[in-house]
Design a protein around this ligand. Structure first.
Ligand code: NDP
Ligand code: OXD
Length: 319
């Protein structure tokens, strides 16, 4: 890879910059990349920021920024900055991330469908018992968010034999996968859903969308007995008290949660010990540093050649 000429700032309140900087330096020898807060006195020259949960004041000293790159697919962590420069914001999209998310969606759908948690309990009690096993075609999976990640997950679940549909803001035309869209399409989508997989971004419109009223509209006549929630989008999509209430009164049968309103999930959250909840530590699709770094440097190179940026976020939509 050719040397990237304009300097880059690495902005994160959470991640150790060293491995990222080493990767960037290995991929583009001579690159000038500095980690917040040690940006240096000549920060005027910094043209690019690469960011994950950037500190509130991280952009203040970068007056000539041209592009911000999110180290993740989601950009809510960047829009959370109050004084965000008015420059293009590019998010992470790559085949590795997409494949990892689909693995998660398929694995947890199968885990619920094949009742693996129940079988684990039987094993711990040395019980030899074969619970009823419906066919995948009898299970209606609904994917909320048919973007890069949701569409791939939906298509892979379809290949597994599930009866898959999706819901998004705009209408989609995906062979074999009925598409519902917008607020008007939500009710019909929920009513035909036994396993709900949330792969939405967190925006003002999706905040708290996974709530008791929504769970009540899911199908309650399915072969699994009660509907299942899988949320790998963002924690703030969900109202956690409502999940517990819905699990306790049978409105939901079980939940797999990868993301939470507060991360790490506080030790006193009732979700930790709920018998019908499976928790993963926001690792449904880890960002592979090599893939992300390569992708960003390639985009910077192309941008410096005058080519348009890809995967630019629409600030009005918030994703
Ligand atoms: P995309 O932007 O490609 O897709 C977002 C989808 O959500 C689109 O289909 C969009 O509709 C839909 N959507 C957004 N707002 C609404 C709304 N108000 N009503 C209905 N549909 C809506 O994002 P990705 O698929 O790449 O990623 C999705 C999210 O997954 C990320 O934002 C991030 O939060 C999360 N994520 C989680 C990870 C984890 O490890 N847990 C890892 C990576 C990402 P339309 O197509 O019509 O625009
Ligand atoms: C992302 C994430 O947004 O890992 O990529 O959550």
């Amino acid at each position: 890879m050719a040397i990237v000429m304009k300097p880059i700032a690495f902005l994160s309140s959470e991640w150790n910059p060293t491995p990222w900087i080493k990767r960037a330096e290995a991929a583009a020898p001579g690159i000038d990349i500095r980690a917040w807060p040690n940006i240096g006195g000549d920060a005027d020259g910094i043209a690019y920021a690469i960011a994950w949960k950037p500190p509130q004041d991280a952009f203040d000293a970068l007056p000539n920024l041209q592009v911000i790159f999110s180290l993740g697919a989601g950009v809510d962590h960047i829009f959370a900055v109050e004084r965000l420069p008015d420059v293009p914001l590019v998010r992470a999209v790559n085949a590795d991330l997409t494949a990892r998310m689909s693995e998660y969606a398929v694995m947890h759908t199968l885990m619920h469908h094949r009742q693996q948690r129940l079988l684990d309990r039987y094993q711990s009690e040395r019980i030899w018992k074969d619970p009823p096993q419906p066919a995948a075609a009898e299970v209606r999976v609904g994917v909320m968010g048919l973007g890069v990640l949701g569409r791939d997950s939906a298509e892979k679940l379809k290949i597994m034999g599930f009866d898959v549909a999706g819901w998004s803001r705009s209408k989609k035309d995906i062979p074999g996968i009925p598409s519902y869209h917008g607020p008007d399409g939500l009710k019909a989508f929920l009513q035909r859903t036994d396993i709900l997989i949330a792969l939405l971004p967190h925006t003002t419109e999706t905040d708290g969308i996974l709530n008791y009223a929504l769970f009540s509209q899911l199908a309650h006549d399915g072969v699994l007995g009660a509907p299942i929630l899988i949320n790998a989008g963002r924690g703030r999509l969900q109202v956690e008290e409502d999940i517990v209430r819905a699990l306790d009164d049978g409105t939901l049968g079980a939940a797999t949660l990868d993301v939470f309103v507060t991360e790490p999930l506080p030790a006193d959250s009732p979700l930790w010990t709920h018998p019908n909840v499976t928790i993963t530590p926001h690792n449904a699709a880890d960002s592979d540093p090599d893939a992300i770094t390569r992708g960003i440097l390639k985009q910077i190179e192309a941008y410096e050649r005058g080519e348009p940026l890809k995967n630019v976020v629409d600030p009005k939509k918030g994703y």
